[in-house]
Design a protein around this ligand. Structure first.
Ligand code: MG
Length: 292
């Protein structure tokens, strides 16, 4: 594991922001970087910040098990942009649940947004609102973190606008998702975006188009796919979304989930309180959350 930008808490202190390298953690302040958050580092320092982290000796840093790793963003400048049905096998398993059957036949990307008032950290408990909707489902997704503002970005230059990547669990309330015409309400309950463990700079990822994604629920492997099966690649999504829309640093694009969500089983396997969900993407890390 290389470099990862994180928020963390140590011995009950207020949270700090910094980086994880070689199993050790230093704050941005320790590295002489003037920035109060992961977002701030991306916005103010970008690639120079990554180079500074790379040059810094981390041998005196805190060990990973001495800190609590928090979400890299507690909220985002805008709602999270999401891509629906971006893996064919997930599209197939979802076909019978789609209230709008045209979504199945189109080859165009499905875009929607997800409110992120409160983002759940990578090891934090998830507050399950089963009182509102007990059909809670998980979705493991590669998420793009935008690092450079742009509009009408070409596919060739798309990756220039990426700072890095993280994991998003796009938790979904399936009853709400179906009931309200659009998916917004079903995707947007407080805490239903789980993110982390940190933001991995793009230079640490050799090929974003070939990363394994996995989800386990109570130790049972449910999702096991690879980003090579995405129908719209990272570059294609940035190109399409930015036509007429300005993307800004800190914008998050969740690129869609592969097959194996709870809804796709017969009968469906909805999440229950007490369940432990683990998600892992090659080169980015692993999250572990309990539903409470
Ligand atoms: Mg999703």
């Amino acid at each position: 594991m290389g470099i990862c930008l994180i928020n963390y808490a140590h011995e009950g202190s207020a949270y700090k922001s910094g980086a994880l390298k070689d199993g050790r953690i230093l704050s941005f302040e320790d590295m002489g970087l003037q920035c109060g958050s992961v977002y701030d580092c991306i916005f103010k320092h970008g690639e120079d910040g990554v180079n500074k982290i790379r040059e810094t000796d981390f041998s005196k840093g805190l060990k990973v098990d001495e800190v609590e790793i928090l979400s890299p963003f507690f909220s985002t400048p805008h709602d999270i942009i999401c891509v629906g049905l971006n893996y064919q096998a997930h599209k197939d398993e979802s076909q019978s649940f789609l209230s709008n059957k045209e979504l199945y036949s189109t080859t165009d990307a499905v875009y929607f947004s997800k409110r992120a008032y409160k983002i759940t950290g990578p090891y934090e408990d998830i507050e399950a609102r089963t009182d509102l909707d007990d059909k809670i489902d998980y979705e493991c997704e590669l998420a793009i973190v935008i690092g450079k503002q742009g509009r009408d970005i070409s596919e060739e230059n798309a990756l220039d606008h990426v700072f890095g990547y993280t994991i998003v669990n796009d938790l979904s309330s399936r009853t709400f998702q179906k009931r309200h015409g659009q998916w917004y309400k079903g995707k947007s309950l407080d805490g239903y975006t789980v993110m982390g463990p940190g933001v991995v700079p793009k230079s640490e990822i050799m090929d974003v188009g070939n990363l394994n994604l996995k989800t386990w629920v109570n130790g049972e492997l449910r999702q096991d796919s690879n980003t090579k099966y995405m129908m719209k690649s990272v570059s294609r999504l940035i190109y399409e979304l930015s036509q007429g829309i300005t993307l800004v640093p800190g914008d998050i694009i969740a690129t869609g989930t592969p097959e194996g969500v709870g809804q796709g089983f017969n009968p469906p396997k909805w999440l229950k309180k007490g369940d432990v969900i683990e998600m892992e993407i090659d080169g980015i890390g692993k999250m572990r959350n309990r539903l409470v």
